[in-house]
Design a protein around this ligand. Structure first.
Ligand SMILES: CC(=O)SCCNC(=O)CCNC(=O)[C@H](O)C(C)(C)COP(=O)(O)OP(=O)(O)OC[C@H]1O[C@@H](n2cnc3c(N)ncnc32)[C@H](O)[C@@H]1OP(=O)(O)O
Ligand SMILES: CC(C)C(=O)C(=O)O
Length: 556
C-alpha cells in the first residue's frame, strides 16, 4: 500500500444540501422490494444458474413474499430468455407478482427483450445506461447530450413496443447506472428527459432507480444524493423512486436505509447480499432490521434455514456464519458475560407476562425465524458459569444452584483450557455425571431405604447401598432423612462431614415428573463436594445426591 494514497485516490465529492431533512426522519414502514437475485445476483456467479436452479430460487422468492422480481437479462443468454418464456408459458407467475427484465439501450437487445416478454400478464422493462463522467469518457466516449439521447431513444422504442403489446400491463424502470458518482444535476437532467418520453401516470407506471453501482462514499452522502434528486425531480409524485445499493465499502444496508429516510420508495437487492464484487444490498438484513424495530417487512423469513439452504444451493456460495440474522453463529454467544446476561434474560422472560422481547445480546427472537435456542449458548474457554448451566438446564432440565454452577464452571474451564476447543453438550453432560454422579455413573447406588418416626422429632433410617464390593446395609438416626443418612454414613465409615447446602426441584411439570436434588458436603480441612441425584421420589433423589457427594477414596 502507498504511504500517501492521496496521489492515487480522490474522494468523491459530496452533494451540497445544507438543509437536508433525512436525518430527522424515521423508518416507519417497509419499502417496496425488488429481488434481483435472478439477474444482478446471477450475473455475478462463476456458474450462472441453469433453469432448474433459477426455478428453485424463483419458488423461494415467491414463498418469501416478493411481489417484484427481476428474473433475467433476456438478451444476454438463451438460458435467461428461455427462463422468462418458461415462467410465462407455464403460467408460473402469480396474479399479484410482477416480473422485471433488464436491457441495455440497444435496439436489437430491446427487441429481443420484448420477444421474451410476449404474452406476459404484467411486466416491468428495465433500461440502464451509465451516466457518470468516467463512463461517458472511457466506456461510451460520448458527450452528455449523446448519453441523454441514448436513453431517450431507447425509451421511445420501449414505449412504442409497449403500446404495440397492450395485452400486457407494462411498467417502465429507468436506471442512470453509476448514479452515485454522476453529477447530481446531470442525473436529474437525463431522468427528466426519459420521463418526458415515457410520460408516467397511473396507466403508465414508472420507476426511477438510482443505483450506487459501485459504493464510493459514506451512506450519508448517498442519502443526500437521493434527497437532492427527490426534491428537484419535476414528476416526483408520478414516479416511484427506487434505490439499488452495492456493498463495496461494506455499508450497502446503511445506504439503503438512509436512502429510504431520504425519500426512496423501493429497494432492489439480493438475499444475503449476493451480487457483483462485494454484492448487492442484503434484503434479508434490511427486512429483519425493520422487523427488529417492530415494523412488518412484508417479507416472510420464518424458515430462515430453508432460505439459506436454497440460496446456497442456487448461488453455489456459502452464507457467512456471522451473516446478520441468518448465519449459523448469528445468535450464538461463547463469551461468559454474554451467556450470563442471556440466561438471566430467558429466566425473566419465563416469568414475564408481556410479549415484549427484552433479551440482552439478541436483537430478535431466533424462534421467529424458525431457529431453536440450541445454538444460542455454546461453551469454550471464553465461557463462564452460565454457559454450561444453561446447556444443562435447556437439555436436561437441571437448574443448578449458583454455587454448583461455580463449582462446575471451574472444571469446565480446566477442560476447555486444556483442550483448547469447544465443549459439546455431550462432553459437558459426561463431565457433569463424572463429577456429581446423577444416573448410572454413581459409584454408590441407593437400592432402597426405610424410615420410621421415633417420636419427639427423631427419625430412624435403614438404607441398602450397592457398593463396588457388594451390598451394604446402614442404620442411622437424626431429626430428618438427610441427618439420619449422614449419621449412618459417618458411623459406618468413621469420617466427619457436614451437609452445607441442599436444593431440589422437579424436572418437568407433570405429576409423574422426577426430582433433582443437589447437596454440598464439607469435610475436614474445608474440602467441599457436590453430589446430584435424580429420581422419581424426592427422598431417593436426596439420598442418592448425598451418596454422590462423598469422595470415591479410601475414606469410604
Ligand atoms: C451495473 C450492471 O449490473 S449493468 C448489467 C450488466 N449485466 C451484464 O452485462 C450481463 C449480461 N450482459 C451480456 O450478456 C452482454 O454484455 C450483452 C449481451 C448485453 C452485450 O454483449 P456485447 O454485445 O458483446 O457487448 P459488451 O458486453 O461488450 O458490452 C459493451 C458494449 O455495450 C455498450 N454498452 C454498455 N452498456 C450499455 C447500455 N446500457 N446501453 C447501450 N450500450 C451499452 C458499451 O459501450 C460497449 O460498446 P462498444 O462495444 O461499442 O464499446
Ligand atoms: C442496472 C443497474 C441498476 C445495476 O445493476 C447497477 O447499477 O448496479
Amino acid at each position: 500500500m502507498l504511504q500517501d494514497p492521496s496521489q492515487k485516490y480522490l474522494p468523491h465529492p459530496p452533494v451540497n444540501l445544507p438543509d437536508r431533512q433525512w436525518p430527522n426522519q424515521q423508518l416507519t414502514h417497509a419499502p417496496r422490494w425488488l429481488s434481483t437475485d435472478l439477474r444482478d445476483g446471477n450475473q455475478a456467479l462463476a456458474e450462472p444458474m441453469d433453469s432448474a436452479r433459477k426455478l428453485r430460487f424463483w419458488e423461494l422468492l415467491l414463498k418469501c413474499g416478493f411481489k417484484e422480481i427481476e428474473v433475467a437479462f433476456p438478451s444476454a443468454s438463451e438460458t435467461d430468455f428461455q427462463f422468462v418464456r418458461q415462467l410465462i408459458e407455464e403460467r408460473r407467475i402469480p396474479e399479484d407478482v410482477t416480473i422485471q427484465v433488464l436491457t441495455q439501450a440497444r435496439s436489437d437487445l430491446i427487441e429481443r427483450t420484448f420477444a421474451a416478454l410476449q404474452d406476459a400478464h404484467r411486466a416491468t422493462v428495465h433500461l440502464y445506461n451509465a451516466t457518470a463522467p468516467l463512463f461517458r469518457r472511457l466506456v461510451f466516449r460520448q458527450s452528455k447530450e449523446e448519453i441523454v439521447q441514448l436513453a431517450v431513444s431507447a425509451t421511445r422504442q420501449i414505449r412504442a413496443l409497449c403500446e404495440a403489446h397492450p395485452q400486457t400491463q407494462w411498467s417502465y424502470e429507468y436506471s442512470p447506472e453509476t448514479f452515485c458518482f454522476t453529477e447530481p444535476d446531470f442525473a436529474l437532467q437525463i431522468c427528466e428527459a426519459v420521463a418526458d418520453v415515457w410520460e408516467p401516470c397511473a396507466e403508465r407506471p414508472m420507476i426511477i432507480n438510482l443505483p450506487a453501482t459501485v459504493e464510493v462514499n459514506t451512506p450519508n452522502v448517498y442519502a443526500d444524493q437521493i434527497e437532492y434528486f427527490c426534491r428537484r425531480f419535476s414528476r416526483r409524485n408520478a414516479v416511484c423512486i427506487s434505490v439499488h445499493p452495492h456493498n463495496d465499502r461494506g455499508s450497502g444496508v446503511a445506504s439503503a436505509e438512509l436512502a429510504i429516510l431520504a425519500g426512496a420508495d423501493r429497494v432492489e437487492g439480493c438475499l444475503f447480499g449476493n451480487g457483483d464484487r462485494t454484492g448487492n444490498v442484503c434484503l434479508v438484513t434490511m427486512a429483519m432490521n425493520l422487523y427488529s424495530q417492530g415494523i412488518s417487512p412484508r417479507l416472510d423469513f420464518s424458515d430462515m434455514k430453508q432460505v439459506v439452504e436454497v440460496a446456497e444451493q442456487c448461488n453455489q456460495l456459502p452464507v457467512h456464519p456471522r451473516h446478520p440474522y441468518a448465519g449459523k453463529l448469528a445468535f450464538t454467544a461463547f463469551s461468559g458475560s454474554h451467556q450470563d446476561a442471556i440466561k438471566k434474560g430467558f429466566t425473566a422472560r419465563q416469568q414475564a407476562s408481556s410479549l415484549r422481547w427484552e433479551m440482552p445480546y439478541l436483537p430478535v427472537d431466533p424462534n421467529d425465524i424458525g431457529c431453536s435456542y440450541e445454538a444460542v449458548i455454546r461453551v469454550n474457554s471464553q465461557s463462564g458459569k452460565s454457559g454450561a448451566a444453561w446447556m444443562l438446564e435447556q437439555n436436561h432440565g437441571l437448574m443448578l444452584p449458583r454455587a454448583l454452577q461455580q463449582d462446575f464452571s471451574r472444571h469446565v474451564q480446566a477442560r476447555t483450557d486444556r483442550d483448547g476447543n469447544e465443549m459439546t453438550l455431550a462432553a459437558i453432560w459426561q463431565l457433569f455425571r463424572e463429577l456429581y454422579g446423577p444416573h448410572k455413573l454413581a459409584g454408590r447406588q441407593l437400592l432402597d431405604y426405610r424410615s420410621e418416626s421415633q417420636g419427639e422429632g427423631l427419625l430412624s433410617l435403614q438404607v441398602r447401598i450397592q457398593m463396588e464390593a457388594g451390598v451394604i446395609t446402614l442404620q442411622g438416626k437424626g431429626n430428618g432423612l438427610l441427618s439420619a443418612a449422614a449419621d449412618a454414613l459417618q458411623s459406618r465409615f468413621n469420617v466427619a462431614f457436614a451437609i452445607e447446602d441442599y436444593h431440589e426441584h422437579t424436572l418437568g411439570r407433570h405429576s409423574e415428573s422426577r426430582s433433582a436434588a443437589y447437596i454440598r458436603c464439607t469435610f475436614a480441612k474445608g474440602e467441599s463436594r457436590w453430589g446430584v441425584g435424580i429420581d422419581n421420589d424426592v427422598a431417593r433423589a436426596s439420598l442418592q445426591a448425598l451418596l454422590n457427594a462423598l469422595p470415591s477414596d479410601d475414606r469410604f
